[in-house]
Design a protein around this ligand. Structure first.
Ligand SMILES: NC(=O)c1ccc[n+]([C@@H]2O[C@H](COP(=O)([O-])OP(=O)(O)OC[C@H]3O[C@@H](n4cnc5c(N)ncnc54)[C@H](OP(=O)(O)O)[C@@H]3O)[C@@H](O)[C@H]2O)c1
Length: 316
C-alpha cells in the first residue's frame, strides 16, 4: 500500500471535522465503472473528502468507491471519509428537499452525508436534474427560509451531519443567518488566485462559516497560468498548481480540486508541508481578478435574477 499524506482538518461550526482537501467529482459524462476506479485510486492516494452533487451524476460512483475501498482494506470504515453532496435547483423547494436527500443517499448507498449543500440560491420548476435541459423561464423565486428549514430537518434526522450552502454572496449569507436555527457550516464558492474573494472570506470568518473553494485552479483552467504564479513556482520548485492551491489553504479555506490523473492527485496532496512568503502573497494580490463562472445562465428579464449582479448582489 502507498504512503498516505496527512491532510489537516477544520472543525466546522456543527462540531464535525472536515479534511481541508477534497476531491472534486464534476466530470460528465463518464461511465460509473471508470469513475469508481478513479475514486478508489484517490482514496488509495490519501483523499478522504469527496465532493459530489446530484447534478454531477457522480454520487453512485462515490458510494461504490467507498464500498470498494472498505472491501479492499484501504480504509476501515465509512467514518473515515467525508462525503459532501448538493441539492439541485429543481429540488430547491421545501417539500422536495428531504426526498432529494433520500434519493442521494440511495445512490451513495450510505445512511448519511457528512455535508449537504444548497447548490445555488436558485429554484427551478420541479423536473429533471439536468443542467443542459433547463430553460431560463423555469427559474422561479427561491424560498430561502422554507428550503433552509427543510435542510435543518435533514440535519435533525441525522441524514446530513452538517448543512451548508454554495454560491452564496455575503448578502445572501447574511439573510440566511437571520432566519437560520442551525447556521450553515460551509459556503462553497469559486475561489482561486484570479478570484480571491477577500470580502467573502473575511465575512465568513467573522460569522464562523467555513469557506470551501471550488475551481481552485480557476474555472476553465486559466487563472493559475499567471506569470506571477509561474515565477513563484519556479523559485519554490513547486508546480504552478501547487502554488495556486497552497495560496487558498493559507487563506483558511478548504480546497476542492478535481484531478482524475494519479500523478496530479499526488501532486495536489503535497501542499501542506511548505509555505508561501509574505512577499509571494503580496505578488499574488496583484493578479488581475475575474470570476470564471458568473452564473449568467440563471438570469432572465422576467426571472427573479435579471442580471449577474442580482445573483451576486453586486459582489462581482
Ligand atoms: N458548488 C459549485 O457550484 C461547484 C462549481 C464548480 C465545481 N465544483 C466542485 O469543485 C470541483 C473542482 O472544480 P473544477 O473541476 O471546476 O476545477 P479545478 O479542480 O480547479 O480544475 C480541474 C482541472 O484542473 C486539472 N488539474 C488538476 N490538478 C492539476 C495539476 N496539479 N496540474 C495541472 N492540471 C491539474 C484537471 O485535469 P486532470 O483531471 O486531467 O488532472 C482539470 O482539468 C468540481 O469537480 C466540483 O466537485 C462545485
Amino acid at each position: 500500500m502507498e504512503k498516505v499524506m496527512h491532510v489537516p482538518e477544520v472543525v466546522l461550526n456543527s462540531g464535525y471535522k472536515m479534511p481541508l482537501l477534497g476531491m472534486g467529482t464534476a466530470a460528465y459524462p463518464m461511465p460509473i465503472d471508470d469513475l469508481t476506479c478513479i475514486l478508489v485510486d484517490a482514496i488509495e492516494t490519501g483523499y478522504r473528502h469527496f465532493d459530489t452533487a446530484t447534478l454531477y451524476g457522480s454520487e453512485e460512483a462515490v458510494g461504490r468507491a467507498v464500498a470498494e475501498a472498505i472491501e479492499r482494506g484501504i480504509i476501515k470504515s465509512r467514518q473515515q471519509v467525508f462525503i459532501t453532496s448538493k441539492l439541485w435547483c429543481t429540488e430547491a423547494h421545501p417539500q422536495l428537499v428531504l426526498p432529494a436527500l433520500k434519493n442521494t443517499l440511495g445512490k451513495l448507498g450510505l445512511d448519511y452525508v457528512d455535508l449537504y449543500l444548497i447548490h445555488w440560491p436558485i429554484s427551478m420548476k420541479p423536473g429533471p436534474v439536468d443542467i443542459l435541459k433547463f430553460k431560463k423561464e423555469d427559474i422561479v423565486p427561491f424560498d430561502m427560509k422554507g428550503v433552509w428549514k427543510a435542510m435543518e430537518a435533514c440535519c435533525m434526522l441525522g441524514l446530513a451531519k452538517s448543512i451548508g450552502v454554495s454560491n452564496f454572496s455575503c448578502t445572501k449569507l447574511s439573510q440566511l443567518l437571520q432566519i437560520a436555527t442551525i447556521p450553515p457550516a460551509v459556503n462553497q464558492v469559486e475561489i482561486n488566485v484570479a478570484w480571491q474573494q477577500q470580502k467573502l472570506l473575511e465575512y465568513c470568518k467573522e460569522k464562523g462559516v467555513h469557506v470551501s473553494a471550488y475551481s481552485p485552479l480557476g474555472a476553465k483552467g486559466a487563472s493559475w497560468n499567471s506569470p506571477i504564479i509561474n515565477d513563484i513556482a519556479t523559485a519554490k520548485r513547486k508546480s504552478i498548481a501547487q502554488v495556486a492551491l497552497r495560496w487558498i489553504y493559507e487563506q483558511g479555506a478548504s480546497v476542492i480540486v478535481k484531478s482524475f490523473n494519479k500523478e496530479r492527485m499526488k501532486q495536489n496532496l503535497e501542499m501542506f508541508d511548505w509555505e508561501l512568503s509574505t512577499e509571494d502573497n503580496f505578488k499574488i494580490q496583484d493578479i488581475p481578478q475575474k470570476k470564471g463562472y458568473n452564473g449568467e445562465d440563471f438570469t432572465h428579464p422576467n426571472g427573479p435574477y435579471k442580471s449577474v449582479n442580482d445573483i451576486w448582489d453586486g459582489e462581482i
